[in-house]
Ligand binder design. Sequence first.
Ligand code: ADP
Ligand code: MG
Length: 288
Amino acid sequence: MFEISSSSASGSVSHASSPLIQVRDATVVLGGRIIWQQVNFSVQPGEFLAILGPNGAGKSTLLKAILGLLPLSEGTITVLGQPARRGHTAIGYVPQRRHFEADVHVRGRSIVRLGLDGAHWGLPLPLVQPRQKREAAFRVQEAIERVGASAYADRPIGELSGGEQQRLLIAQALVKRPRLLALDEPLDSLDLRNQQGVAGVIRQISRETEASVLLVAHDVNPILSAVDRVVYVAHGQVAVGKPEEVITTETLSRLYNTSIEVLRASDGRIVVVGQPEEEVSYHAHRPR
Ligand code: ADP
Ligand code: MG
């Protein structure tokens, strides 16, 4: 774990409220290899954290550990004070790279509804009382409106663009009114216009609802204005802090153990030069 000035401890120091997520000394080993180790950070209510780093560094693994989908080798992760566990209703999750082929005829609204039922593909929706049914329809409509998908929510999802599908998947994650939205590369494979649109929707959700956001991204720029802190995963280590503290020539060079240059374009965009890609597949991290 990398200590980045005071903010690596900000979870426990500067906030009066108790953290939504608390990661303590967490280590994950997969296939006999340490993915990352001794990770410590917390997520406060309403906080927006970006999880950054190269492909294969362990970003999705970090989200899955918080979701209770894979075990830690060491340490603990708590969600609202309880050990992380699968299916926690406080977390809405959009996994990486989900898209629907053109021949999927299920309506967008039904996809959103699945977030309430936890129903599996092809199974009939459970029978519910009329009052519950009305409440369910209301929650689904609320989530659709939050992501701005009303105009196309009743069309077959396979016919929609990548950006429209992504908005509906975010609505699916929102429908239980979660305290935390965990989004794994929601901007991946979208064109620039849709990246900006979906990033804007997520920013707005984080302001309007009191949900915290943990968003895995390849490029921090589309979400930079919304981000409170970044969790940078690289080389088996994790650095946590404010973007201006973590995304620096000094910190990234230390994290990657090679020379990295961080440049600021005149429009405020951050450019990272020399960042090794796909590094992890070729490295064996030994316990330190
Ligand atoms: P990222 O999301 O940052 O691209 P991942 O978290 O998906 O990276 O994966 C981190 C590393 O863990 C990769 O090298 C990947 O191959 C490896 N990995 C993921 N799942 C497993 C598994 N079930 N068994 C062994 N290795 C795995
Ligand atoms: Mg991933």
